[in-house]
Design a protein around this ligand. Structure first.
Ligand SMILES: [Zn+2]
Length: 146
């Protein structure tokens, strides 16, 4: 690139790419965002209502298998019912886990908005400035011939 004359500091030099903010600021924002996102996401996951049905179902199964072994005349029937309950528990647990995971990701991404926007702004606000003072006031050097 050609040398330019800086109107601000009166120096000549090849312009350099200047950014409006330091990398450390960007890194700090990202770390804060990730930390906040993880905390908020984890908090949401913890406070999301646990499947109440699950504990009840487990108790029911435990009871039915106990009573089944002693009372039920038809063990096949008990086994079928237990399998059915297990399927329901599996479905409920899967639904609950999906809900918790999506909630976590949603919350996490909201915390990412600020660092992402900051990085975009930082990337797109780059400009060619004076190597010495960072000023944008550059003009071509008038070369005197002769
Ligand atoms: Zn300058």
């Amino acid at each position: 690139m050609r040398s330019m004359h800086c109107s601000a500091c009166q120096k000549n030099g090849v312009p350099k790419t200047c950014v409006r903010s330091r990398l450390s600021v960007e890194v700090t924002l990202w770390l804060l965002g990730i930390g906040l996102g993880l905390t908020a996401g984890a908090w949401r996951a913890v406070t999301t209502s646990s499947p109440h049905a699950l504990t009840t179902e487990v108790q029911e199964i435990a009871l039915s298998s106990v009573s089944g072994s002693f009372v039920a005349a038809n063990p096949v029937e008990v086994a079928t019912e237990t399998a059915y309950n297990t399927d329901r528990i599996l479905a409920e647990t899967t639904a609950w886990l999906t809900d918790v995971s999506f909630g976590f990701i949603k919350t996490f991404w909201w915390a990412m908005v600020i660092p992402v926007l900051f990085s975009l702004w930082r990337q797109f606000s780059k400009y060619q400035g004076c190597r010495a003072c960072g000023s944008k006031e550059l003009r071509p050097i008038e070369i005197q011939y002769g």
